[in-house]
Structure formats: C-alpha cells, structure tokens
Design a protein around this ligand. Structure first.
Ligand SMILES: O=C[C@H](O)[C@H](O)[C@H](O)COP(=O)(O)O
Length: 229
C-alpha cells in the first residue's frame, strides 16, 4: 500500500473522533486534506460541527464541501484539532511541522485546542526530532538575514524557502520560512524557547507538549498513540 493510502487510513480513523456540536480545528497538508474530505462526507450525512481552518488552502477545501466555518471571535476554545506533521517523536509526541508552510496558523489553533490529534503514515515516526526533516521557522521578511544569523548561532543552518521560480516562499501570514538544518534535536523544549526568543522569529515548527494523540497508519495497521505510550 502507498504512503498516500496510509495517510487516508489515518485520516478516516481520526475523522470518526469528531462528535456532534464540536468546534473542530482543520489542519493543513496532504494528510489533513483527507481528514477534511472525510468530514465533508460526515457533514453531508448529518454531523453538526463548525470548523476553524489553519490555512487558506484548507479553508477553500472545507468551504467547497459545505463545512461551516467559524472564528476565534465566536469560539474561545477548539474541542478537537486534527492535523498532519512532518515528524512525530515516539513517546513524547513532540512534532516538527510546517513543511507545507502553515505552521503559524496551525500553532495558534493547536494552542487553543483541548485535544490535538496528529494523523500520519508511519514514516513520520522518529526517535529524535530532526532525524529526517529540516525545521521550518517562520520569520519576518524584514531583516531575515539577521534572524538567520541568530538561528545559526544556535547551531542550525538556515536557508530561506523558495518557490520553483526562485522567488521567496511567502506564508499565509505574509512572512518568510527559514528551513533550518540542526543536528539531531535532543532537547526540543529548550531549542524551541531559544528560537522563539530571537527577534524577527514569528514562530517555530517545533510543537512541544501540544499533541495529545497520534493516529499512525502503516504496514502493521493503524496505531492510536497517546503521550507516553
Ligand atoms: O505546514 C504544513 C503542515 O505542518 C503539515 O501538516 C505537514 O507539513 C504535514 O504535511 P503532509 O500531511 O502533507 O505530509
């Protein structure tokens, strides 16, 4: 079975966790898109919920499926957010997110969620963050070079993300993303604090202590992981 099929399996499983009357956070990326698709189906079958999307792309997809959207002006808390991730650390469920460029809105929604459920295929599970992927850091476009130098003082190599045409990638929030290569991250909480204390950093793709559950699908079936398990 392909990685895409495993992503779909994890997404379908997680979409069943949404209950009538919930405020739901909708993640971004290829796995989260399967969740939105499944929730569109459940909405047509009569499930009543409202949703807060974490990107313009997800907003468009949800609206196209007739899902009712809401805002933090109307709801202070989100009951359940379902989102993808680029790496999931076994045990802690600490994450690297943002390869799709949506990390700022994703983190705002995650921070207001009672439960953050991550959906992924099993290639995303790692023993230590930074083993497979770069760490995205969203920064203001003004002075990004100075911000990158400060990140490099922490031991990472920071490069601005570019589109295929060579132009800088610009996030939904109008910022740049620095993709940072760190040696394997042994203390995610500390690195997260250090990166966030740099002037010019808007948000980092390290999500520490935020995920409550991970639904991971692979050749051995679907696993429902919780912190510590
Ligand atoms: O900015 C993008 C998000 O953090 C995604 O959830 C993450 O990159 C995983 O994406 P995918 O499900 O496409 O692998």
């Amino acid at each position: 079975m392909s990685a895409s099929e495993y992503k779909r399996q994890a997404a379908e499983f997680a979409a069943e966790m949404v209950e009538d009357g919930m405020v739901v956070g909708l993640g971004t990326g290829s796995t989260a898109a399967f969740v939105v698709e499944a929730l569109g189906r459940r909405h047509k079958e009569g499930l009543r919920f409202v949703a807060i999307p974490t990107s313009v792309a997800t907003e468009k997809q949800a609206l196209g499926l007739g899902i009712h959207l809401t805002t933090f002006g109307e709801h202070a808390r989100v009951n359940l957010t379902i989102d993808g991730a680029d790496e999931i650390q076994r045990g802690t469920l600490n994450l690297i997110k943002g390869l799709g460029g949506a990390l700022l809105r994703e983190k705002i929604v995650a921070a207001s969620s009672d439960r953050l459920v991550i959906v992924a295929d099993d290639t995303k599970l790692v023993d230590h963050l930074g083993m497979k992927t770069l760490l995205p850091v969203e920064v203001t476009s003004f002075g990004w070079e100075a911000t990158a130098r400060q990140i490099e003082r922490l031991g990472g190599q920071a490069s601005p993300r570019r589109n295929r045409d060579g132009a800088f990638f610009v996030s939904d929030g109008g910022n740049l993303i620095l993709d940072c290569r760190f040696p394997v991250i042994s203390d995610a909480k500390r690195l997260e604090q250090e990166i966030r204390s740099i002037v010019g950093v808007v948000e980092s793709g390290l999500f520490v202590g935020m995920a409550t559950d991970a639904i991971v699908a692979g050749g051995e079936g679907i696993a429902h992981l919780t912190v510590g398990a």
